[in-house]
Design a protein. Structure first.
Length: 283
């Protein structure tokens, strides 16, 4: 397993190996990082930075060290996408979230003096999968209105936001829903990320004996979680009715779930909380 799989940052590996008690075993960290192609020097520098940032405290040195998650670092884990969106994706894959044919549009005009708030609202829309049609106008087939309005209110932009829904959407000469989806969203790029995930999820396993097997399983879990997050986070989760058939996302998510089940079954009882968090997301 090389360090180029998914381009995983060293600090991501550290967070991924946090156990339920908030600790990371130094020996386990160095071994897993090594399997992912990282050097001991990379790990040492990363730990030093995380301690300087106040995210972890460290007891001991090198492979004998124990890292402890700082109370101010929070419980989040960057490798686990929002649980609700993961579950929605799997429901879509199983045909349990059919599209009602409604497009949801959001428009806003915010002065330059409120540029930071405007950018934050735009980031919220794109983060929720909406696509820009033209300046200040975004559309999506998903009913994200409550999330967008709540964010606009937080930013003080409630009065600047307009929301509407329609079954009649045309962008230029394009009006067919599948044609619109292909025009508004970068489907080949989205599919390519899922193909990377699928390749990893269906690849062979590593050593099969003792501690080597346990460490290899942890390294594979970190790589799988990183690839899953890299594919899921930028995915607008368009309804299957708007996507090519077969869709790479559905195929990759099925393979990832099967691979994760195998990894979780072989994981030690006191393993990283990553297994519990993904188990909850995929439940």
């Amino acid at each position: 397993m090389s360090g180029t799989e998914g381009g995983i940052p060293t600090r991501t590996v550290v967070h991924a190996l946090v156990r339920e008690d908030g600790t990371v075993a130094g020996g386990e960290l160095y071994e897993v990082a090594g399997l992912l192609g990282m050097t001991d020097q990379q790990v040492r520098l990363c730990v030093k930075r995380l301690v300087a940032e106040g995210r972890f405290a460290v007891e001991g040195r090198g492979r004998r060290a124990v890292l402890r998650l700082a109370g101010t670092a929070g419980p989040g884990l960057p490798l686990v996408p929002e649980v609700g969106f993961v579950r929605h994706a799997y429901r879509q894959d199983r045909g349990l979230e059919p599209w009602d044919g409604v497009w949801h549009a959001f428009a806003f005009a915010v002065p330059e003096s409120a540029r930071a708030a405007r950018d934050a609202l735009r980031d919220t829309l794109t983060g929720l999968g909406a696509a820009p049609v033209q300046g200040g106008l975004y559309v999506t087939p998903n009913a994200i209105g409550p999330y967008v309005r709540a964010r606009a209110a937080e930013l003080g932009l409630a009065e600047a936001l307009s929301c509407l829904s329609t079954r009649d959407l045309a962008v230029g000469a394009a009006a067919d829903p599948r044609t619109l989806a292909a025009r508004l969203w970068p489907l080949p790029e989205i599919a390519a990320r899922y193909e990377t995930l699928h390749a990893l999820a269906t690849s062979g396993t590593e050593p099969t004996d003792g501690a080597d097997r346990a460490v290899a399983g942890l390294a594979r879990a970190v790589a799988l979680a990183a690839a899953f997050s890299a594919a899921m986070v930028p995915d607008p989760l368009l309804p299957p009715e708007l996507l090519p058939r077969p869709w790479a996302g559905a195929t990759a998510r099925a393979a990832a779930a099967a691979a994760w089940d195998r990894l979780a079954a072989a994981a030690p009882a006191d393993g990283p909380r990553l297994f519990r968090l993904y188990g909850e997301a995929l439940a």
